[in-house]
Design a protein. Structure first.
Lengths: 172, 277
């Protein structure tokens, strides 16, 4: 339990750092911007209570917002992401099947499940993120192209990081 | 109450979602001036586009009234443009001289109607009795004589041009002052007149200038044209010659109406003479 807290705390800090100091400066043609920090919410343990999950997503969003000068934007998208995560997990995973507070990582859940999980959640997050940011329908084409290209970039990075921290022993 | 609590805790994810989402959106709208400004506007975008669609539709129903009002406005505006206004100010060229008494006064006028291709041609001027034009006054332009005023109304005058069967003006050869009279030629050519009744010993030359004599409505010396053809018939009482008119009647624009101030006096005197005979 305490180990999980420490791991997630470290993960939180590291992801915020990567997002703010590295990925914020990476933007392909102003269209494709990766938001890797959502990995933190994706990788929270299955057993996390909903309140904690929402609160953490909200805090994560606000932290990113603080660096991006857009209070509330990432928080709103992250809360949506957390909600989608709860629904997705309740549909696809039987909670009783895990004893050791497992996390939805690539090494534990397998590539197929993790890929679907990442795809769905990233798409939801990015869709709302870019649309709340644009806040109008008049540039919907530009917004949607940003959303799609950024999603591809983010999913790519998440899968890469999942493979980087792949530990075969954990696979049950 | 217990059921409500169960309900809420069963769907706690959704309610938590609502709470956090609303919170973040409130923060978002409140602290970002752009979204704050467009929050009202984007809702206005929808209503605005609906209104636009509706007015586009209802616009067709009122097309007739709009057309009428536009036509009325057009007419009103047309009334205000300069070309349709009747210019009331008249420029009169007048010389105040203490040695000479002014005999001729010129009233500027614009030709607003003109014809050259009939056998009796008239011009219409935009000046009338209000500006001092009277029947019988002569009309000249910068190049030469034009005709004489035959009808006058308040604001307009009709001029019988030189190109008229009945027009006849006293003329003379500029060099030797031999008197004759100028008429329009028989062939209805607007550029050619005929100088008649010039005495036999005048010896006119081709190209000689023909001017007004001062015996008629015009001051002496106003150009009429140049001799273009001599019909010298031996044994005739007088000479007749063709004159190329100086004025191009097809291009008349501005003319001057000549007011001979002594005309009434002269006519009165001459009438008296006739009475005596």
């Amino acid at each position: 339990m305490s180990k999980s807290i420490v791991i997630n705390l470290v993960r939180f800090v590291v992801l915020v750092f990567i997002q703010v100091f590295l990925l914020k400066n990476i933007s392909l043609y102003n269209l494709s911007t990766p938001y890797l920090y959502i990995l933190f919410i994706l990788l929270l343990p299955f057993e996390t209570p909903n309140v904690v999950l929402f609160a953490l997503a909200f805090i994560m969003g606000l932290t990113i917002d603080a660096f991006y000068d857009s209070p509330g934007l990432h928080a709103a998208a992250c809360v949506i992401l957390a909600f989608v995560r709860i629904i997705f997990i309740s549909i696809t995973v039987q909670k009783d099947g895990f004893d050791n507070e497992p996390e939805p990582t690539l090494s534990i859940m397998g590539f197929r499940w993790f890929f679907t999980y990442t795809l769905t959640l990233t798409l939801f997050h990015h869709f709302f993120l870019f649309n709340i940011e644009a806040f109008r329908f008049s540039e919907i084409q530009y917004t949607l192209s940003r959303f799609l290209l950024s999603s591809i970039f983010t999913i790519f990075l998440i899968l890469i990081s999942g493979l980087l921290f792949f530990r075969k022993k954990e696979r049950k | 109450m217990r059921n409500l609590w169960i309900f809420i805790s069963k769907y706690n994810a959704f309610f938590l979602f609502l709470i956090f989402e609303v919170t973040s959106l409130v923060i978002y709208v409140k602290y970002n001036s752009f979204q704050k400004a467009t929050f009202i506007n984007s809702s206005g975008e929808i209503t605005g586009s609906l209104y636009a669609k509706f007015s586009e539709f209802s616009g067709y129903l009122s097309l007739k009234e709009v057309n009428d009002s536009l036509a009325r406005e057009n007419a009103q505006l047309r009334n205000q443009i300069k070309s349709s206004l009747y210019v009331d100010t008249v420029t009169k060229h007048k010389v105040t001289d203490t040695v000479y008494k002014q005999q001729y006064e010129y009233i500027q006028a614009k030709v607003i109607n003109n014809s050259v291709n009939r056998s009796n041609n008239y011009l219409t001027l935009n000046r009338g009795s209000d500006q001092g034009i009277e029947k019988g006054m002569g009309v000249i332009c910068d190049k030469g004589i034009v005709g004489k005023v035959v009808f006058v109304s308040g604001h307009f005058a009709v001029v019988q041009s030189l190109l008229h069967k009945d027009s006849q003006f006293s003329a003379m050869l500029a060099k030797n002052k031999e008197i004759g009279y100028i008429e329009w030629g028989d062939d209805l050519n607007p550029h050619r007149g005929v100088l008649k009744d010039v005495s036999n010993n005048a010896l006119p030359k081709l190209g000689e200038l023909v001017v007004t004599s001062g015996y008629s409505l015009f001051p002496a010396g106003i150009p009429i044209g140049k001799i273009s053809n001599l019909h010298t018939k031996a044994g005739g009482v007088s000479l007749t010659m063709e004159v190329a008119l100086a004025v191009d009647f097809t291009k008349l624009d501005y003319v001057n109406v000549v007011n001979n101030k002594f005309a009434t006096e002269q006519q009165g005197l001459e009438a008296q003479q006739k009475k005596d005979e």
